[in-house]
Design a protein around this ligand. Sequence first.
Ligand code: F6P
Length: 358
Amino acid sequence: MRIAINTGGGDAPGLNAAIRSATLAALKRGWEVFGIKNGYGSVYTEKPFIKMDEESVRGITLLGGTILGTANRGNPFEMPYEKEDGTQGLKDVSDHLVAKFNEYNIDALVAIGGDGSMHIAHKLTQKGIKIVGVPKTIDNDLWGCDVTLGFDTARSIATEAIDRITTTAESHERLMVVEVMGRYAGWIALYSGLASTADVILIPEIPFSYDSIVEKIKERRSKGKNYTMIVVAEGAKPEGGDIVTKGKTLGQQEQLGGIASQVAHELSERTGQESRSVVLGHLQRGGSPTTYDRLISMRYGASAIRCVENGDFNELVVLQDNKLTTIPLSEVAGKMKYVPLDSDIVQTARDVGICMGD
Ligand code: F6P
């Protein structure tokens, strides 16, 4: 058996732990393992596959990023390329990728990624590649999976950052708006905001009203609390308004970001209070994974190899109700997991007095 491992989309803490566990579990079965360098885009390079052995994965569990490299512009069905006239275009190189897999006699692919990667994986299965998916994204927005690898580290880093910003907000009696990642879902904002006892949490699932936030600020002031901590997901938007984006590069996803400074400015205008905004950005993706992320990544990686062994292909390994199971890639493709508004976590935020912007 020869397997390949790919890491696609944005990196996430825990990827290396998953690569290591999948590699070791496969080697233990006497299989050969190849890592795909820098995602499917390497299909053009001389040697897209790196032979993996025990030495290649030694000591990597604690490392952030991915030793294989990854790319956001790595969709083999829409690969960016430079046209003869110097402009950029997109082309379908999926047949080339399949040919490379055949050339290297790859029997199965472990595709570690988020919604974009699983969409690609599903399309590759239709071209005959046998795939087991492993759920990765700090955003935790992969449909059908309770938790994706990388999420716990991202929310922990965000919590620590918000804790730190809270002390300076209090000293200066300011409104502090902290923007966290998460794309179109509010998982990171909700969990880190609640854990750091923020006063306001704004998530994409609940369009917010400035009046409601101002009311919260006034309520706090009336109790002598002259600072307010506001956590905003990058995908949050005001009622009747739009998500703030920085545009889109060909072959890449829409880049989100910038809502925090808008919220800070608007709240300052409305309350007369000094405000500052902070964008946590890629800090949330870098560095060593938490214990939880190391463990879930290892479990996902090894479980993917057990799926390959059992011939359970075209499935995504997931955690549901605290148990590892699999769901068909076809069910995941094109869907997203949003924060359910009736979930206990949203209820808890409301019960402890956090303003959710509505
Ligand atoms: O999907 C993970 C993520 O970190 C999102 O939270 C964020 O919007 C995006 O990737 C940023 O992507 P990039 O690294 O390409 O700027």
